[in-house]
Write a protein that binds this ligand. Sequence first.
Ligand code: ZN
Ligand code: ZN
Ligand code: FE
Length: 733
Amino acid sequence: MKHGLTGWVQNTNENVRVRVTGKADDISGFLVSLETEAPPAAMIENIRTKEVEPEKFPFFQILKSHDVSDDVTEISPDIAVCHECMEDIEKEGNRLNYAFVNCTNCGPRFTIIRDLPYDRAKTTMKDFPMCPECLEEYENISDRRFHAQPTACARCGPRYELFEKGEKVSDKMDVITGHVSQCISNGGNLLVKGLGGMHLACDAFNYAAVENLRAVKKRDGKPFAVMFRDLETLKLYAGVNEAEEQSLLSWRRPIVLLEMKSNDDLPPVSKCINAGLNLLGVMLPYMPIHHLLFSRLKTAAIVLTSGNFSNEPILIGNREALDRFSSCTDAVLLHNRDIQNRTDDSVVRVMDGKERIMRRSRGYAPAPVRTNMNMEGILAFGAELTNCFCIGKGKKAFLSQHIGDLQGFETTLFYEQTLAQFLKLFRVNPTLLAADLHPDYISTKTAKNFGNLPLVSVQHHHAHIAACMTEHHLDEKVIGVALDGTGLGDDGHTWGSEFLLCDLGQYTRMTHFDYVPMPGGDLAAGEPWRMAVSFLYKVYGNGFTTLKLDFLKNLEAEKTSLIIRMIDRGINCPLTCGAGRMFDAVSSLLGLCHIATFQAEGPMRLEAQVQKSCLDSYPFSIGKTICFDATIRGIVDDLIRNSDIKIIASKFHNTIVSAIFEAVNAIRAREGINKVVLSGGVFQNKYMLEGTISLLKRHDFEVYAHAAIPTNDGGIALGQLAVASKRRENKCV
Ligand code: ZN
Ligand code: ZN
Ligand code: FE
């Protein structure tokens, strides 16, 4: 012990206890070190000290974990490789160029854990008995690898193997990196097995290679993530502020959404990566294999996107990888350690100076969300799209890793398996279930078939607000503003612009945007032009067809009249007030996106046009509901006048921000409540979030928005859990 103290340390399910004997100065030095020298992934909530009768100890020792068996519950997320391990890779010895180095400060965790307590025998490292040298380090209390469960070296640990056309090429790292470098330089692509699943990779600067990759994935236009060689290189291509740099370099190593710079001296990152948008999902190497590959790659950045076919979860099995990807990729790079828990790369965006999680998976899950409520035994099934589920244990909520859209068979299977795995891992026996109000969601159906347990149905937007409240430990009446695409309302219509007066148990819907028909139902969500027609028809009636709009010139008259007939007769035209649908409509009117090739493409293209310098907005009116007819008229007039699209987009955003403020202000005036909670997918839009927060704060509102929990439907399950808990507490279930 550096401070010359004797005593012991012990892990319990509640906390870590340390008992030390020594000189007063040494003890205070030790207390400082506890905080300043904690490993990067350690989270110290607080340190409490107590003076006790001095006791003589012969040395300092680690006592066996005091597991009150069923209560050992926390699992660390996976941790990016640390600097010291990277140094080990460059040294001679058993770890030279070895792709699976790790230590107590870094390496795989959740992705390899089969059961608790966390112990090598209960991980997928079980198949790799330690060699004498690794064992010695593992048992040496002063070694960096003391009790590092996945510790390994080239002699005893897992290995990579490269396959081409289904045939094994080599398991020697220098041969592998040579082949991969050649493959990428030649514009090829490959499948690489990582921590939580497979990735597909190619040169990010090679247009043809990226297009090929898209074809391999059979993927729509959804942007790919890019891994840059290092931060310095990345900074040449993207603007990086301090908070963004922190996220990029954190041990969690998420994908960070960044604005790309236009730099004439450098080749542009291939436009087809992110559908020509300015926003790019970027990450830095986080596994030793990434560093090893980059040491030979000539390119500054590679596309690194989840290895799967569209609508399927990220692939984890070696057999399947070879069977399905040998013929459609140039190479397949696999390792022989099983992936127990599938995790995608996480996605964050820094907004209003804070990291906001948009997809919570590797590096974040399954760390618990700490609450002040009794969550015990509650299982919340989540939403339909961007699903995560959540289980309650004591006061903790364990939100699952990102599962995905519960639409295909494979994803549904992943959902069911992960549910079972979480209940087993965290030893939860559900006694109460919570699900969305929508009866047709696969998550709701799964809840209904789960067993004969009481089920709490939670309205989608109430769940959104409850999720944000739980994140901020709010348990009181607040004004909730939930803006998103869709969610079933309790009047049977499709909601999505909800101003709620609510607490965790109950809500009253105070106001919302006007309803408009959604021609074609769900189809309208993928085809913004339908919403544009619907809004025009609402505002101008039949006369809209004579407006001098480019939008109408490009539209087949037949299609338009079909939509009008559908609306008039109410055929497959559910009513929606989803804010997302309005962003879609405006995006289409401005010619930015008529048919979406990925989720939220219309709103993203619209946001990309916004200019911060524009402060103008359009008129709107607030009665019983919020009416944007005047806004649509203003946009149409501007379009006819040939105004700059950027200005129109900015004015539209400003209008929605003002409308939020006016509506919230009216509720405060009547109810005397000052806390505003923002949630829903619309707040993934940086301009919307920052604009709304700043306007509300200027008028002395206390504003709460998501940071650690996704504001999109990935956060819904936490809200469902909280609502169920509160209703149980109030004896309403
Ligand atoms: Zn390490
Ligand atoms: Zn070894
Ligand atoms: Fe939602």
